[in-house]
Design a protein around this ligand. Structure first.
Ligand code: MG
Length: 288
């Protein structure tokens, strides 16, 4: 099943999208402004899938929203979590002070208010705020059943599904504050979507993540190249912290970000970033 959130006819809806990705079926979900969140919570409680609340309609006529347009709280995000990405950073930004290969994942937070839809515009801040805006294509895990101190061995039982995020980053701001949250959380800096593919139909542990900037392929990797795999990330984020249904864990980005190029290439007005993950779909956002 794939769960989408959209705006149509003057209000928000939540429902399913057909296998071909072209037809939406709205469901009777309370508080559709929160996207799939109330539906995930209900399904985790063991309630059945709500009945359709209206006629099917083509996806072309609606405005797709992020499947979780107002997440419960900050997104958990893994940093430097693909082997090839860690290698490109070691020869560029961390050339003079190479980080040791960590025993634990880097995890930071991204404010929930920065989430925007899969085709929404991303707003570049003024040059007084940042001149180094970068893209990061990522597979994001959506938590189903919550829990604390979830062991690796049972972590996949807590996965509701998967979606795509662009972990848009102001590199200069990321690097100068001793933490990453500020440079990762500018308004509009988390395009998400186009929908959630549920874990019973989609295996996020082995899929292909690609990213294009203005049609040029920049990132191309499989999630099997993750340094800390999805069960480990769930185990890590739930240590002493209760995860809730609808929590999001972004798994990190592959090699090929703008910062890793020589010379670095930052996003500018008019650029279009497209991210595609096999088995889910694609998001595409204009920057300006
Ligand atoms: Mg990232």
């Amino acid at each position: 099943m794939r769960i989408a959130s959209w705006h149509w006819g003057g209000r928000d809806h939540v429902g399913t999208i057909s296998a071909c990705g072209r037809e939406l079926t709205p469901l009777a979900v309370p508080d559709a402004s929160r996207g799939a969140l109330p539906l995930i919570q209900a399904l985790v409680r063991g309630e059945p899938l709500p009945s359709p609340s209206g006629a099917r309609l083509p996806v072309d006529v609606v405005t797709l929203r992020a499947p979780l347009p107002k997440p419960l709280r900050s997104l958990f995000c893994a940093g430097r979590n693909y082997r090839a990405h860690a290698a490109e950073l070691a020869t560029t930004v961390f050339r003079d002070s190479p980080p040791k290969q960590d025993e634990w994942p880097i995890v930071f937070g991204k404010l929930p208010e920065c989430v925007v839809g899969p085709y929404d515009d991303v707003r570049l801040p003024g040059s007084a705020v940042s001149t180094q805006i970068d893209y990061e294509s990522e597979l994001a895990v959506v938590i189903g059943r919550g829990g604390r101190d979830i062991p690796r061995s049972r972590a996949m039982d807590h996965v509701f599904g998967y979606t795509i995020v662009n972990d848009v980053t102001a590199r200069d701001v990321q690097m100068r504050h001793g933490q990453w949250d500020l440079g990762k959380s500018f308004d509009t800096f988390c395009p998400m979507g186009p929908w959630i593919a549920t874990a019973d139909e989609f295996d996020g542990t082995d899929t292909r993540v690609r990213c294009w900037v203005n049609g040029e392929l920049r990132q191309d990797a499989r999630t099997t190249d993750l340094i800390f795999d999805i069960p480990t990330l769930i185990e890590t984020c739930s240590r002493g912290i209760t995860l809730h249904p609808g929590d999001v864990i972004a798994t990190g980005t592959p090699a090929g970000v703008g910062m890793g190029l020589n010379p670095p290439q930052w996003l500018k007005t008019g650029d279009k970033v497209r991210i595609e993950i096999d088995g889910i779909g694609a998001i595409e956002n204009a920057f300006g």
